[in-house]
Design a protein around this ligand. Sequence first.
Ligand code: HEC
Ligand code: HEC
Length: 153
Amino acid sequence: MMMQFRLIAVFTACLVGSFVFAQNVPELSGPSPDPMESIPAEPLEQFVTDDVRQMRAYPEQPPVIPHSIEGYQLSVNANRCMSCHRREHTQGSGAPMISITHYMTREGQMLADVSPRRYFCTQCHVSQADTAPLIDNTFTDMSEMGATGAGGN
Ligand code: HEC
Ligand code: HEC
């Protein structure tokens, strides 16, 4: 009898706990009741294309793309991004050169052109849209946590 009470107590605690800690994530499983049903897609968000390079949230963040990339071909045969961001083209295009890490193989070997593992730019770089975050986020920038920059005084 005592054992059963204990089990029920543990079960209730778990149930309450999962309600308290469950994060309210958006529905990703398709429409209900039939998740396989086709429904009209939501319109795409408006991208921010004001050409202003955004501050990075941390040093190794892939910067977001501050310009339109509509219609830019990015396939095994053509890479439109590289027509501006390749080292040889930056003087004419005014685009920042892909950084040195983009020329490195995973063994750290420097190549003359973009490394295959950095070829498909939009794998890491995304256009910025002005939207609310999907879930709450408590990320705090290092500099807001009291880290002072070198040469700050
Ligand atoms: C017509 C030339 C051109 C093409 C093509 C182009 N870019 Fe750019 N890109 C620029 C310029 C110029 C900037 C500097 C900011 C601005 O003027 O928009 C820039 C900025 C960026 C930045 C921001 C860098 C930073 O430090 O904040 C990223 C990321 C980027 N581009 C990625 C891409 C990707 C990915 C593609 C292909 C899908 C692409 N670009 C195609 C010209 C180009
Ligand atoms: C595997 C992920 C990845 C891919 C693929 C990738 N990048 Fe990046 N990119 C990054 C990261 C991370 C950074 C910031 C740190 C660094 O420079 O490595 C960056 C930085 C940049 C910058 C800023 C350079 C600077 O010195 O300020 C530009 C411009 C850029 N990438 C363009 C591109 C273009 C164009 C492509 C496609 C040819 C591309 N990237 C592919 C991850 C990636």
